[in-house]
Design a protein around this ligand. Structure first.
Ligand code: ZN
Ligand code: CU
Length: 488
């Protein structure tokens, strides 16, 4: 706290109220930044800096970490990342739901949902190292911590995906995981919910994931089932974590479809109990609708469906599937098939479940945003301000300190992102300055790309990246790799 020997600051955030990302109560302090790091927190009156951000009446918090993204290609093809930076996000975790940008082969066909991450800007990456090198050579505006996706590995290894992998294919996939780990991937994800991996057995996932063990890297999963058989799916996820001896992250935890509404009353205690014996965490987005590719199976079309994007019918983006079907004189199933390939928004959760999962102490905030098309799910632009404004301030689900922790300190701890997620001297200077009274998501299902309100300034590795609603053009994001247990 002492400011006596304060080195020269590049940037000074003056007069704000610090919420430090640990859940500790807020306090008044200035924050001094030099060479991309926080060098002082306290009363820095009398000290000067090259640049000053006036934070009077504002909250100064660690930059938000989006624990669940599909930004793998967006960080290269849309490197300014306005949909994340404008929310206060300074770090994204990529490679979720079994899908990653590497390793791929040139010319290979990407079946759904491997094609959900947008078209490659720089050609395909045949190794994970090549992907991370490209990110280092052309940084984006946010930091990236990347995982390798098991469905992508199946796609690059197997000739057809509607079957179990052979021993030879498992070895090949395992070699890819090994390569990704040594390149710096922080974990491996699966998406056994999707046709590209439904045939993968528990054993296949464990054997492919072997290289995670030595490094304590994460196993992150979009589970086989988030509806009728969600308990069995959780058992499988925990069993994989135990077999590999690694932390498990349950992605976008939810109970899908009307008959399962209320099930989080059972799933959350099960998670809590399991946490006593093994390392488990979970994330969630603050909406009752999900979004993924257009699919017609497993009751996906039972409730309201909004088309987010459609390759054959781009004009249908933003419209209700029921209206399109009526206009075309088709059933919803037939209309959906004609709109494929594309993505859609499915209203399939209960508000009480969403609030219960959000309020669960250990739940991290992750957007699961899909950076595609003009009519994406509003979570892409609104997740973090929605938790701060709507759920914390307006609904009163938890104090602002807890809200911030769920998107910073907790996430950094669970994902092993050292030196980030809290405001302390020595940490990387990833910082967001926002107005607790006015922060809110402006993106809705009708206007899904509207910029959030109340986010004053966003600083990434010490560089102002967003201020007063304008992107500075800075691209100071870094690649965050898994820190070896032995080496530093
Ligand atoms: Zn998913
Ligand atoms: Cu996802």
């Amino acid at each position: 706290m002492s400011s006596d020997k304060l080195p020269h600051c590049d940037l000074l955030i003056r007069g704000g109220t610090v919420i430090d990302g640990t859940k500790a109560p807020r306090f008044q302090a200035d924050v001094g930044i030099a060479r991309g790091h926080i060098v002082a927190i306290g009363d820095l009156a009398g000290h000067s800096a090259d640049e000053v951000v006036d934070a009077a009446g504002r909250i100064v918090a660690p930059g938000f970490i989006d624990s669940h993204t599909h930004d793998d290609q967006a960080v290269l093809s849309q490197p300014a990342m306005p949909f994340k930076v404008s929310q206060g996000v300074t770090t994204v975790v990529t490679g979720n739901c079994g899908i990653s940008a590497a390793p791929l082969r040139d010319g290979m066909d990407l079946p759904m949902p491997l094609n959900l991450i947008d078209a490659p800007a720089q050609g395909r990456f045949t190794t994970f190292a090549a992907y991370l090198d490209a990110l280092r050579a052309t940084p984006s505006s946010v930091n990236v911590a990347a995982m390798v996706g098991h469905s992508t590995l199946r796609g690059v290894t197997m000739s057809e995906l509607d079957r179990q992998a052979s021993q030879a294919e498992i070895s090949e996939m395992r070699a890819h995981v090994e390569e990704a780990m040594s390149a710096g991937a922080i974990g491996m994800s699966t998406g056994t919910f999707y046709a590209t991996a439904t045939q993968a057995t528990t054993e296949e996932i464990i054997e492919v994931g072997r290289p995670l063990s030595a490094r304590g890297a994460l196993y992150v999963t979009h589970m086989r089932d988030e509806s009728d058989r969600i308990m069995e799916a959780m058992e499988e996820s925990f069993a994989i974590g135990r077999a590999l001896g690694v932390p498990v992250v349950l992605s976008h935890h939810k109970a899908m479809h009307t008959p399962n509404f209320g099930k989080t009353r059972v799933t959350l205690p099960f998670i809590e109990e399991t946490m006593k014996h093994q390392c488990v965490s979970l994330d969630c987005y603050p909406y009752t609708a999900g979004s993924t590719m257009i699919r017609t199976d497993r009751g996906m079309l039972d409730n309201r469906v909004l088309i987010a994007s459609s390759e054959p019918h781009p004009e249908c983006a933003g419209r209700d599937l029921a209206d399109i079907a009526r206009e075309w004189g088709l059933s919803k199933e037939e209309a959906a098939r004609r709109l494929q390939p594309g993505s859609a928004i499915y209203f399939m959760m209960d508000e009480d479940d969403v609030q219960r999962v959000l309020a669960f102490d250990e739940t991290m905030i992750g957007s699961d945003g899909i950076p595609l098309g003009d009519k994406p799910h509003p979570r892409l632009w609104g997740t973090f301000p929605r938790v701060l404004g709507h759920y914390s301030r307006d609904v009163g689900l938890f104090p602002l300190e807890t809200a911030v922790w769920k998107m910073t300190g907790l996430t950094a701890r669970n994902f092993g992102l050292h030196g980030r997620g809290t405001l302390k001297v020595g940490q990387h200077a990833d910082i967001v300055v926002f107005d607790a009274a006015t922060v809110r998501d402006a993106a809705s299902y009708e206007t899904p790309t509207r910029v959030a309100e109340g986010i004053d300034a966003v600083i990434v590795n010490g560089t102002i990246t967003w201020q007063h609603g304008v992107h500075s053009g800075a691209r100071s994001g870094q690649v965050i790799t898994r820190r070896d247990k032995v080496a530093a």
